[in-house]
Design a protein around this ligand. Structure first.
Ligand SMILES: Cc1cc2nc3c(=O)[nH]c(=O)nc-3n(C[C@H](O)[C@H](O)[C@H](O)COP(=O)(O)OP(=O)(O)OC[C@H]3O[C@@H](n4cnc5c(N)ncnc54)[C@H](O)[C@@H]3O)c2cc1C
Length: 434
């Protein structure tokens, strides 16, 4: 195979540990990379929220800028579009006489529909070479058929720990000859171009997130090797304040600028060279949760978006805009919920403890359709990931993988995790006066 290839980037925005880029660079004389800011991702959805709000959009712009620079070091041009792939890609394939498109395999309906539309507009001879590249455990390596995947996380984790292994990092992509570079250098859009308002980062943010693999790797370097915070992760992970109560890796993982394998193998090095303890194990444990929700969505497909969830449960859900607005604006009867919602609204971030509580409040106290909460998170979260988001929302709403269908006692949670009220003070007081 020696023709031109396109590497179509979506949620795999890195150069390192990247199956498609590696294969394209080994098998083809000419390689072009492509990413588009698809307008569909910036529209207002039927839930009344933007699909992507300014926080994640800004992070994405930074990520794509960084990706462009990293690809340039390999003499590969990143074509940056602003139209839908179905509108743009078939024309590019024709223009450059492209034989093969390499891409990360996605299975959720929007991505599948887009791919089908692209394929419909291409010559039948064009090969679409798809690769699972977002998992810790490759789907071919887990000890279950997807249809037999356990509905309980512990069973999944124990079997994977006993019988599967994480693959080594994928080899570095080949550097292409200089002639591979296209004459045009493409630019990323601004937030305004995407129909979003630019704003400066809130000084109260839990973490000054910056897009791109390099920034993600710096965080890994700091959280593990420099500060050893990783060695205390299990004790701090339920925190609410400050940069270091948890890893903050989710933002880079969500758009693929870090891969879970990169984190895993760094973790193994850390365990060998610094310390192996319950905390280092717990980071693996949480990465396994991330994988689990991906496998759950692979198994249940579109049912993760159904009101009854994967359990097909028939609860009496409300769609009451007054309740939804109270929740969104942080005007409920629970200050702990309000503080968390304000943090989300001002920064695009919320801790895992916060997410569990606000989701429980919306679904188990207000009885509001859980998909409204999930759609709001989809808009706002810096680290939105379709599988983790819908999987966790179903879990908390009682239509997913929680065998016990629990409800959070929010005043008790607030006492336990914010005993002095410092977190609530930070968001409730300053927001009142800002
Ligand atoms: C209602 C709700 C919605 C959520 N939506 C998302 C989402 O859209 N994207 C997202 O990445 N996470 C989501 N989570 C999971 C979790 O809250 C975040 O992954 C975590 O808070 C990110 O912070 P961190 O990277 O510092 O995590 P750490 O505690 O440092 O964990 C390390 C990594 O493990 C993974 N992880 C940890 N907890 C979970 C979990 N419960 N489920 C899946 N993976 C996990 C993440 O990749 C995370 O980066 C959601 C949780 C809830 C309750």
């Amino acid at each position: 195979m020696k023709e031109t290839a396109i590497v179509w980037y979506r949620n795999d925005l890195r150069v390192q540990d990247h199956q498609s880029l590696y294969l394209a660079s080994c098998n083809h004389q000419k390689v072009i990379a492509y990413y588009t800011f698809d307008p569909a991702h910036y529209q207002t959805t039927s839930w009344g929220f933007k699909k992507t709000e300014k926080y994640r959009a800004q992070f994405l712009i930074e990520t794509v800028d960084a990706l462009q620079t990293e690809l340039e070091a390999l003499n590969i041009t990143l074509v940056i579009g602003q139209k839908s792939p179905q509108e743009e890609l078939p024309g590019l394939i024709k223009k450059w006489d492209v034989a093969t498109i390499y891409l990360q395999k996605e299975w959720t309906s929007e991505e599948q529909n887009t791919l089908r539309e692209v394929q419909k507009n291409c010559d039948e001879s064009v090969v679409f070479s798809e690769h699972y590249d977002q998992f810790l455990f490759h789907p071919n390596d887990i000890p279950f058929e997807i249809e037999q995947l356990p509905e309980v996380f512990t069973q999944f984790r124990k079997q994977c720990e006993a019988k599967a292994s994480v693959r080594p990092l994928i080899l570095k992509a080949q550097c292409m000859p200089k002639e591979n570079v296209l004459s045009e250098r493409y630019s990323t859009p601004s937030l305004n171009d995407l129909g979003l308002e630019a704003s400066s980062q809130d000084s109260r943010t839990a973490f000054p997130f910056e897009g791109g693999t390099q920034a993600g790797k710096q965080r890994m370097q700091y959280y593990g090797w420099e500060s050893n915070k990783l060695s205390f992760y299990k004790k701090t992970r339920n925190g609410l304040l400050g940069k270091d109560y948890s890893s903050k890796y989710s933002t880079w993982l969500a758009n693929g600028s870090l891969s879970p394998r990169m984190i895993y193998w760094d973790l193994m090095d850390y365990e060998r060279n610094v310390e192996k303890n319950q905390s280092t194990y717990w980071l693996f444990f949480e990465l396994a949760w991330r994988d689990y929700f991906k496998f759950i969505s692979l198994k249940h497909q579109d049912r993760i978006f159904y009101l009854g969830g994967i359990k097909g449960r028939d609860y009496d859900w409300k769609n009451d805009s007054q309740l939804v607005n109270q929740w969104i604006q942080g005007q409920t009867s629970e200050p702990f919920v309000n503080a968390n919602m304000l943090e989300l609204n001002h920064t695009g971030w919320m801790s895992n403890r916060g997410r569990q509580n606000v989701a429980s409040y919306l679904t188990k106290e207000m009885h509001v359709d859980w998909r409204i909460g999930a759609a709001y998170f989809e808009a706002m979260l810096l680290d939105y990931d379709v599988h983790s988001n819908y999987g966790n929302w179903m879990y908390v709403a009682g239509v997913g993988n929680d065998p016990r269908d629990r409800k959070f006692n929010i005043p008790l949670q607030s006492q336990r995790y914010d005993a002095q009220g410092a977190y609530q003070k930070k968001w409730l007081q300053t927001t009142l006066f800002s």
